[in-house]
Write a new protein. Structure first.
Length: 205
């Protein structure tokens, strides 16, 4: 008997945007909040970093964009691995990379260490966005497919808001390192959720 061939893309396009797709979208949305959190905290923490490490303004100008250099490298180098290992595991690995190196940033005592850790954390961050956007769109029916990336991108300002509220509560008591401790714990917790509940990319399967 010939095997039955199922067109999964057509099957999804004809389905409703149900609880399965909503849950997948929410996981992608949650992963993208990391981007907004990171962008916000480095600006908020800048004054404390400058004071703690006794930085000159010119040196601080090297520290601040270091994370974005890593983001560019991650987007160009790490993101394409989603086609080889699957977007789910790319997102998991990226969250873990960003989380570990962000956590270590809280304990940086030299400019060199701080810059290196920010670049490495940025590499993990740079591959989260492409994977989350592609993943969210992949499981969406055709009628809402074009809207999904916009909804997922809305997670970036949400992450910025979380960073702002965190700064209000943490900075007066714990100082700038606490922001990076949270930046380490949050993506690791999200990685656990992805491992437990995120399906694998249909294209990869």
């Amino acid at each position: 008997m010939a095997a039955t061939r199922i067109d999964t893309r057509a099957l999804i396009d004809e389905s409703r945007f149900g609880s399965y797709q909503i849950w997948t979208f929410l996981l992608c949305f949650l992963a993208m909040t990391i981007d907004g959190y990171d962008v916000q905290i480095i600006g908020v923490a800048a004054a404390g970093i400058k004071e703690t490490l006794k930085l000159q303004p010119a040196t601080l100008c090297v520290v601040l964009p270091a994370g974005q250099v890593g983001v560019m490298v991650g987007a160009l180098v790490l993101a394409p691995f989603g086609d080889r290992i699957g977007r789910k595991w790319l997102m998991v690995g990226s969250c873990l990379i960003f989380g570990v190196f962000s956590f270590l940033t809280a304990y940086a005592t030299t400019v060199t260490t701080l810059v290196v850790l920010r670049v490495l954390a940025g590499i993990g961050l740079g591959s989260i966005g492409p994977a989350a956007l592609a993943f969210g769109s992949e499981y969406a029916p055709k009628r809402v497919k074009a809207s999904i990336p916009t909804w997922i991108w809305a997670a970036v300002p949400v992450g910025g808001m979380i960073a702002g509220f965190s700064a209000v509560w943490l900075l007066p008591v714990w100082g700038w390192p606490a922001l990076f401790v949270v930046a380490g714990i949050l993506p690791i917790a999200i990685a656990v959720l992805l491992i437990l509940f995120m399906p694998e990319s249909l294209a990869f399967l």
